[in-house]
Ligand binder design. Structure first.
Ligand SMILES: N[C@@H](CCC(=O)N[C@@H](CS)C(=O)NCC(=O)O)C(=O)O
Length: 248
């Protein structure tokens, strides 16, 4: 029995939903409401002391951290494998996972918060702001730096540059092979897809304009049935915030 405690627009949750769908695994989709701070309740923190989503419950046992969860699922349910068959192949895939966690996953948070999530902090009093920051178990420093006004222009520019470097690195790799780790789609794809989708959602798609290998890969990823199963209505920030919707 698999239960995923997650949030529709959370990119980390989307990594795991993509993996579950691609592997054809049935799961209970339990939605955690960020606005109600359901991820910061004592009950949730007892399962996931970092106060973040996703959390996978497998027969009631918590498995934490989106990349760990992806690898766990692939190990426990090997029928549709999403990892290379050799140790060297898996090492290459894990290198992509670590790079994606360290670079684009961290970078996309800056435009996401500046353009979208900061709005929920603007009207807080000083005391409320400090209290809210204090509750963010894993990200106190991040929330403190963001404050009420968001991250600086320099920090935003640096993040966009990091995202650009990621796309360039992927494009170079994809000139040599169909997928990031060779001839087969792997967890490396699903680790980065939510960041790319968020970039498009935030209207940052110009970053990959003219990058033909990348664009071919992006089309192929979106054609997977797992993609449509993951990105149901309400999964994107532009589904939720009126001012982010594409003009008709
Ligand atoms: N390393 C963790 C990070 C999880 C994470 O940062 N989740 C975000 C959503 S993508 C979250 O729950 N944020 C809650 C908050 O900022 O309060 C993972 O990959 O599972």
């Amino acid at each position: 029995m698999l239960e995923l405690l997650n949030n529709p627009i959370s990119t980390c949750s989307q990594k795991v939903r993509l993996t579950l769908h691609e592997k054809g695994l049935a799961f209970t989709d339990t939605k955690i409401d960020f606005r109600k701070k359901e991820h910061l309740t004592a009950e949730y923190l007892a399962l996931n002391p970092d106060g973040v989503v996703p959390t996978l419950l497998h027969d009631g046992q918590p498995v934490l951290d989106s990349s760990v969860i992806m690898e766990y699922l692939d190990e426990v349910f090997p029928d549709i494998p999403l990892s290379p068959p050799t140790p060297l192949g898996r090492a290459k895939m894990r290198k992509w996972l670590r790079f994606i966690e360290e670079v684009p996953t961290a970078a996309i948070r800056i435009p996401s918060f500046n353009k979208v999530f900061i709005r929920h902090r603007r009207d807080l009093s000083e005391a409320e702001l400090a209290a809210d920051t204090e509750t963010r178990t894993l990200r106190r420093t991040f929330y403190a730096e963001m404050g009420r006004e968001g991250f600086s222009d320099a920090r935003l520019d640096e993040s966009i540059q990091r995202l650009r470097e990621t796309v360039e690195r992927m494009d170079r790799t994809l000139a040599e092979a169909e997928w990031l780790c060779g001839d087969h789609l792997t967890l490396a794809e699903f680790c980065v897809v939510p960041t790319i989708d968020r970039m498009r959602d935030l209207r940052l798609a110009a970053v990959w304009e003219g990058r033909e290998n990348f664009e071919r890969w992006w089309q192929a990823v979106q054609a997977r049935p797992a993609f449509a199963q993951t990105y149901t209505p309400g999964s994107r920030v532009s589904d939720i915030y009126e001012d982010l919707k594409e003009p008709a």
